[in-house]
Design a binder for this molecule. Structure first.
Ligand code: PMP
Length: 373
């Protein structure tokens, strides 16, 4: 089996992730924060280590502002619904995933929130910034955008967008689903007020865990209420993060998996992986072009390549590749505005996405299968 669907979820994981998840489940998986016995304390300690590791990794000074969620979508829902009030105006990019688009759609219906979209593809950083600035209104509360697209390898100029937002006193929320673990992130230097990331993609953790990291100046209403292990007499959620936002039992095994995944990226490993993914992209672009495949936004070079074969439905091609032992994603990739901007057909396109364990041999195998189609 050749796995080329790392943008959906990475596979396989580093050995240290598997071993720690198993060790957690076998040795110390008490309920964190819900007791003072050794197992509960050991779980809580590991969770705190993960907050510290992530805070350092993301350029955030306060580990307690690392909030654990189920996934990126959950984190984005938290940020969007916890921040927006009646009549707020929001700016998003044309590349946004449904994890941003759908919660906003609900806010439009329920809170009279208004949303405008700024273009990104084919534009320089200056043009993108100008496009955002010209859409600001007095009611603009926040700019929300993805750091790296999930349909092509476009990366947004996050630090410049953040700087513009802060100059204007506007909040900045970033969807880091495709960038965390691939590109360096420093929330403070990049002026991010909130960052939503998954454990299960390029941080090489397991499914069931995501993170909402909060900068210093943003405050949100909690989305969920419930047990937190502290202030039990109160009918309200605790005042301070992380407990204010983490109702119910946390997924300890997934959190320790994330901790090991992030540790596995230390000492320049993240940069090495990103360079390898780019080299695989270049090889795939060259081989697929030689077969006459249509490649979308080929000028953006990174971990994601979107293409179609002439006169073949992308879903059919995806099924064919699967029958040959190659895992890709086909169709629409939860980002309909991006598909429109890229000009893919209604049936979408095939996405191949690389991870740390892919090799040139995987690209050659894909090329052979497509050549013999
Ligand atoms: N945003 C982007 C850009 C994504 O690629 C994805 C995953 N496809 C998400 C959000 C949602 O991530 P999750 O599955 O972790 O909720």
């Amino acid at each position: 089996m050749i796995y080329l669907d790392n943008a959906a979820t990475s596979f396989p994981k580093p050995g240290r992730v598997y071993s720690e998840v198993l060790r957690c489940m076998q040795e110390y998986c008490g309920n964190p924060g819900r007791g003072s016995h050794a197992m509960a304390l050991a779980a809580a300690e590991q969770i705190y280590s993960c907050r510290e590791e992530l805070a350092a990794f993301l350029g955030l000074s306060a580990p307690e502002r690392i909030l654990f969620t189920l996934n990126t979508t959950h984190a984005l829902n938290f940020a969007i619904k916890g921040l927006l009030k009646d009549g707020d105006h929001v700016l998003i990019s044309e590349l946004e995933h449904n994890a941003v688009r759908r919660p906003l759609h609900r806010m439009m219906a329920e809170k009279s929130v208004t949303v405008d979209v700024f273009p990104v593809l084919g534009l320089t950083c200056e043009q993108i910034i100008a496009g955002i600035a010209e859409r600001f209104k007095p009611a603009t509360k926040v700019v929300i955008c993805t750091h790296a697209s999930n349909v092509c390898s476009a990366v947004l100029p996050i630090a410049s967008i953040g700087s513009l937002c802060h100059e204007k006193g506007i909040f900045f929320i970033v969807d880091g689903a495709q960038s965390a673990g691939v590109y360096p992130i420093h929330m403070k230097k990049m002026h991010m007020d909130a960052l939503a990331i998954p454990a299960h993609k390029s941080l090489y953790g397991v499914q069931g865990c995501g993170v909402l990291a909060l900068g210093e100046r943003i405050s949100l209403d909690p989305l969920l209420e419930g047990g937190s292990g502290v202030d039990s007499l109160s009918t309200e959620m605790p005042a301070d993060p992380p407990e204010r936002f983490e109702a119910g039992t946390l997924p300890t095994p997934a959190i320790v998996g994330l901790l090991e995944g992030v540790r596995s990226l230390r000492n320049g490993m993240m940069e090495q992986i990103a360079a390898r993914e780019r080299s695989l992209f270049l090889a795939a672009r060259e081989r697929l072009s030689s077969l006459g495949m249509q490649i979308y936004a080929p000028e953006y070079e990174g971990a994601v390549l979107l293409f179609n074969a002439p006169n073949v439905l992308s879903t059919e091609l995806g099924r064919y590749l699967s029958s040959c032992g190659i895992c890709v994603r086909s169709g629409l990739h939860c980002a309909p505005m991006a598909h429109r901007a890229l000009g893919t057909p209604e049936g979408g396109a095939v996405r191949i996405s690389f991870g740390r364990y892919n090799t040139l041999a995987d690209i050659d195998a894909l090329w052979r299968v497509l050549k013999n189609m």
